[in-house]
Design a protein around this ligand. Structure first.
Ligand code: NAI
Length: 338
């Protein structure tokens, strides 16, 4: 019994962390003491591509680091206190940012803007100063605005490289894939769903028509699953009843995306996943950040894929996404005076 469940756990761990190349990397988590930061740090400690883990928070990171450092994987772990941000960023190749406040019931992600915008701006400023070559993975919400904030902050410092700034939208992909599997009985490991657009309500556009299982869903079932993918986060916020938003599934999705990037950085070919990046796809409509399938490679963004053929329903979802996304992006840019 134990042997079987252990084998299953190992199999799913290898799905989360494939490592085909030997080169390893120093990764920092900013906000490591939080609801996402703690399990994310745990999962990154288990990733064979992470050689060194730098955990920073304004409170609690040294404790998380001491705890996680006892795990018997090869990577080193060090925790940094509130006044040690620069030291935490020294020599890092990848910075993951889950710092900031989460939603409470009744809040939208945009309601977090006032608090999280300045947190993200200040952290991006420090990354630009100490480790300007680092890849930055933004989890803090509202992602549609915090990613432009990071990009513009780095641009002001003269160190913005669009190949190295990512909004982590993987949780939308994870949810869409899981929810589709629940409806169709498909194995989620083999039926990923592409999700494009942004990361909030109507800006989340699942492309079910591009999945052989997804395209069979029509009518009321289609409406229901799309709504669930767009507002899945609310299920968690409601169930946690004031204690925060998704943390464990987000940590899983964040670790999975980080592993994809690390595989790309180490030279693995064909690593493709949706992520919210500076993108030419809708730039002619004034929307210069967008999530679509992106091939990850040694420099970060290797190739931004077109969104591909859409069903009439998806055309409507995209039409609802674009104006909202444009507003969110502009709000982020205006915050940093861009
Ligand atoms: P939390 O409140 O449990 O943890 C946030 C942590 O950030 C705390 O430990 C806090 O001390 C730390 N922090 C605050 N200011 C900081 C600063 N200046 N420098 C470093 N650390 C700082 O919140 P939780 O649940 O971990 O969520 C974090 C963020 O992730 C929220 O903005 C939430 O909305 C977002 N989120 C994003 C998702 C996505 O799909 N991209 C999914 C779920 C949550």
């Amino acid at each position: 019994m134990f042997a079987r469940s252990a084998a299953r756990a190992l199999k799913s761990q290898s799905r989360l962390f494939s490592s085909s190349a030997a080169r390893q990397t120093k990764v920092a988590v900013l906000g490591a003491g939080g609801g996402i930061g703690q399990p994310l740090s745990l999962l990154l400690k288990c990733d064979p591509l992470v050689s060194s883990l730098s955990l920073y928070d304004i409170r609690g990171a040294p404790g998380v680091a001491a705890d996680v450092s006892h795990i018997d994987s090869s990577g080193d772990v060090k925790g940094y206190a509130a006044d040690q941000l620069d030291a935490a960023l020294e020599g890092v190749k990848v910075v993951v940012i889950p710092a900031g406040v989460p939603r409470k019931p009744g809040m939208t992600r945009d309601d977090l803007f006032n608090t999280n915008a300045s947190i993200v701006r200040d952290l991006a400023t420090a990354v630009g100063r100490v480790s300007p070559e680092a890849h930055i993975l933004v989890i803090s919400n509202p992602v549609n605005s915090t990613v432009p904030i990071v990009a513009e902050t780095l641009a002001k410092a003269g160190v913005f490289d669009p190949k190295r700034v990512f909004g982590v939208t993987s949780l939308d992909v994870v949810r869409a894939t899981r929810f589709l599997a629940e409806v169709t009985g498909a194995d989620p490991a083999n039926t990923p769903v592409t999700v494009v657009g942004g990361h909030s309500g109507p800006t989340i556009v699942p492309l079910l028509s591009q999945s052989s299982y997804g395209k069979a869903i029509t009518g009321e079932s289609y409406e229901k699953i799309v709504h669930r993918i767009q507002y899945g986060g609310d299920e968690v916020v409601k169930a946690k009843d004031g204690a925060g938003s998704a943390t464990l599934s987000m940590a899983y999705a964040g670790a999975k995306f980080t592993n994809s990037l690390l595989r790309g950085l180490t030279g693995e070919k064909g690593v493709v996943t949706p992520t919210f990046v500076k993108s030419p796809l809708f730039a002619d409509q004034g929307i210069d950040f967008f999530s679509s399938n992106v091939e990850l490679g040694p420099n970060g963004v290797e190739k931004i894929h077109e969104i591909g053929p859409l069903s009439p329903e998806e055309e409507k979802l995209l039409a609802a996404c674009l104006p909202e996304l444009k507003k969110n992006i502009q709000k982020g840019k205006s915050f940093v005076g861009a």
